[in-house]
Design a protein. Structure first.
Length: 746
């Protein structure tokens, strides 16, 4: 990855006029009328002011501007003269499967640029690649992607990569098989994304967390953990809205709650428990009312499944907003509502399209449009555009509070005659409607279609009023991974109680925890040569204190025998280690143990270096016990490939995408025994043609190293970099020792 760049040195007590660019100019919610830069439009409510939109069209030509073979499962975004999608590349050839960001000319559908990258180290299957929609920045034309493997990538309008972050390797992002990947949002200069993670220190417990990055550099500005233990991965997209003088980020959480956080700081403002499963649908906000829904068990023990609620975001008591009304039993857990003129338009999981009075919650009408539903409705020019999962795209003419009149429906099929799924929602921009099936991207437009400016309900972020009292210190960057001897420049920003920026301030700086290095009085930190490390940089202004998280991991060769660690500890700064691994004493030596006690954490990869590492090999000694006739799986990770000794299968496997071994993998028989120490060695050799050769070797520790590699494989879509790591599936206790990373030939 390209590491997020630290802020350049700035004088203390910087004038607010100089800090204003940090707040940003245009936010994604303040875009012009020719863009649909966010999956629910500039107001995050699923509506457009454009006129002349078609009431009918035909895939054979009527009102069809163009069709392009760039199908996917998420919503297109439109910015400038481009319409962009994220999708599975080469869907009909599993050996060529990659994640692909493609931007097309909005007028013609011709490809303007594309960027492909190979999926790695995730359980998510191929048909859920491209789950999270892109988000575009109307102020710059830049496009941001959140991939199923945890990559966050920023592109400029020409498709050049500006920066990228690997959340799995850096902060312990958890993917999960379900594929639920959250669409990022932009607010000013913040790019905000959420995911489940298990990090180090205060973030080691798995939680649904929100990360705000500087959209220009990828640097972490804040991270927030508003909820409790998650039930599942989710894909509720946050919405930014101002309520009661606070700029809020409002989103569903993996713990079944709806939470509001200050958008600029991540501080929790309120929470509302809603479901006994994670929340997937996004909220919609009108005025001070927050509309939220789900389709699982209700937290109050109601026998009905699902609920639509209206919450008063301006009336908070004991950290919870007042409930205005509920529609019990309306099970809308996948689609998100559209709100216009006090009416909520929503679709439940069984494709029942309904309208509710926003003030009372009374159902105005309901009609069925299909069998199953995931896509969200979009409204424009007095028409409602919505698709159902089973390949139908519907257009209905709205009639105020009366049931709408269907004006068109089209059905899409695969070459074998089966129905083509439609999961993404439409986008409206420039007087056109864009929508995507699993196979194609369509642009439809009427002869009189034109863009109409829409007043966004949320103005760009504003600073605190003059003389405001400081209530919070934000230390930036909020989290950083350094190499030994690496540097970062930290700054302290003051915010008022409403989360508005006051300015940058001088601070008293200190190190906390196990972090060692040199910290100057201007906030410049230089890590010592010791590693691994994990600790805090602390800033104090008056009676306020803020902290930033710092991990120090090597970017080159090293060896670790674990003898210097206390029993029941883990190396500092290793994400996903605490709670899954522990230092154990065995035969008078310290070993790294992966216990089998918690099946929920059996499969774990711990990264011990940096995502930018390349040109190295990794080796370690490891042993599996046997429990209930089960052996564990154990191995190493290098350059985003796993070499795993498969215990019950008695084999050795190389892979990069666990749920899609057909994309690339190789497995050979390997007989090995429990309670025997083995040496495992893994080397990855990238070639100039983009392929990669992966070499693995296993032998008993008590024996001489064999001359030949045990397994060899060539990946034509190779990874040429990635963090070294330790892999384990602990259906039985696993042990590791004498970990070593070295350059080729070392």
């Amino acid at each position: 990855m390209m590491h997020a760049r630290p802020f350049s040195s700035m004088p203390p007590l910087l004038a607010l006029s100089v800090l204003l660019p940090l707040l940003g100019g245009l936010s994604a919610q303040a875009a012009d009328s020719d863009t649909w830069s966010f999956w629910r439009g500039i107001a995050s409510d699923g509506t457009s002011a454009d006129v002349g939109l078609p009431e009918s069209w035909s895939p054979e030509g009527e009102n069809l501007l163009w069709k392009a073979p760039y199908g996917g499962r998420s919503t297109p975004v439109v910015v400038g003269d481009r319409v962009c999608v994220i999708r599975l590349a080469e869907p009909d050839d599993e050996t060529r499967w990659q994640e692909q960001v493609a931007c097309l000319e909005a007028d013609t559908g011709r490809l303007a640029w594309e960027h492909r990258y190979s999926v790695f180290q995730t359980d998510i299957p191929h048909h859920r690649v491209g789950w999270a929609s892109l988000v575009a920045d109307p102020a710059t034309g830049n496009v941001f992607a959140h991939g199923v493997e945890g990559m966050l990538i920023a592109f400029d309008p020409s498709g050049r990569v500006i920066w990228e972050r690997s959340t799995s390797e850096e902060v312990g992002r958890i993917s999960g098989f379900g594929g639920r990947t959250v669409t990022p949002v932009l607010d000013g200069n913040l790019l905000i994304v959420s995911f489940l993670s298990a990090g180090w220190g205060s973030t080691f417990i798995p939680r649904h967390r929100f990360y705000a990055l500087d959209k220009r550099t990828g640097e972490t500005i804040w991270l927030s953990t508003p909820g409790q233990a998650p039930y599942d991965t989710t894909y509720s997209v946050p919405v930014v809205h101002e309520i009661g003088g606070q700029r809020l980020l409002i989103a569903g959480n993996g713990d079944g709650g709806i939470y509001a956080m200050q958008a600029a700081t991540g501080l929790r403002v309120w929470g509302y428990p809603l479901s006994k499963r994670g929340i997937n649908s996004s909220v919609a906000v009108e005025g001070t009312t927050v509309f939220a829904s789900h389709s699982e068990e209700n937290v109050d023990g109601s026998t009905s499944m699902g609920r639509l609620v209206a919450l008063d975001g301006s009336s908070i008591s004991e950290g919870r907003p007042a409930l205005l009304w509920m529609a019990d039993g309306f099970a809308a857990g996948y689609a998100s509502p559209a709100v216009q003129d006090g009416i909520i338009y929503h679709v439940d999981n069984s494709a029942n399209l309904a309208a509710f009075d926003g003030e009372t919650g009374n159902e105005l009408w309901m009609r069925n449009i299909g069998i199953a539903q995931r896509a969200s409705p979009v409204i424009g020019d007095g028409k409602l555009f919505v698709s159902d999962v089973d390949g139908k795209f519907h257009i209905l003419r709205l009639r105020g509070r009366e049931e709408p009149v269907p004006t068109d429906v089209d059905e899409f099929h695969n070459p074998d005659g089966s129905l083509t799924q439609i999961n993404g929602s439409p986008a409206i921009a420039g007087g056109r409607v864009y929508f995507i099936t699993n196979r194609d991207l369509y642009c439809i437009a009427g002869p009189s279609g034109r863009a109409v400016p829409k007043q966004a309900p949320v103005a760009p972020p504003a600073p605190a009023p003059q003389g405001a009292e400081a209530a919070h210190i934000q230390v930036v960057p909020a989290e950083v991974n350094l190499v030994p001897g690496g540097q970062a420049r930290f700054t302290a920003r003051l915010f008022d109680g409403s989360g508005r920026l006051i300015g940058e301030s001088e601070a008293d700086w200190a190190l906390d925890g196990a972090l060692t290095g040199t910290l100057r009085n201007n906030g410049e930190f230089t890590a010592s040569g010791a590693f691994p490390q994990g600790g805090l940089v602390q800033a104090t202004v008056g009676n306020l204190t803020g902290t930033a998280r710092v991990a120090v991991r090597p970017n080159g060769g090293f060896s670790e025998d674990f003898e210097g660690y206390a029993a029941d500890s883990v190396p500092d700064g290793w994400s996903a280690a605490r709670g899954r691994f522990t230092i154990a004493e065995m035969d008078g030596h310290k070993r790294l143990k992966k216990p089998s006690g918690n099946p929920r954490s059996w499969r774990t990869t711990v990264y011990v270096g940096t995502p930018s590492q390349r040109g190295y090999e990794i080796r370690a000694e490891m042993m599996s016990t046997e429990q209930r006739r089960r052996l564990g799986d154990m191995g190493l990770v290098s350059h985003r490939y796993t070499l795993a000794m498969m215990g019950n299968a008695q084999s050795l496997m190389i892979r990069t995408w666990l749920s899609e071994l057909g994309r690339f993998s190789k497995e050979v028989p390997l007989e090995w025994d429990p309670d025997v120490w083995y040496v495992v060695r893994l080397r990855v050799e990238p070639a100039e043609d983009g392929s990669t050769t992966i070499l693995g070797k296993v032998w008993p520790k008590a024996s001489e190293e064999p001359k030949d590699w045990t397994i060899e494989a060539v990946d034509p879509l190779g990874h040429d970099h990635g963090s070294p790591g330790i892999y384990g599936y602990s259906s039985a206790d696993l042990y590791y020792d004498n970990l070593e990373v070295s350059a080729f030939g070392g």
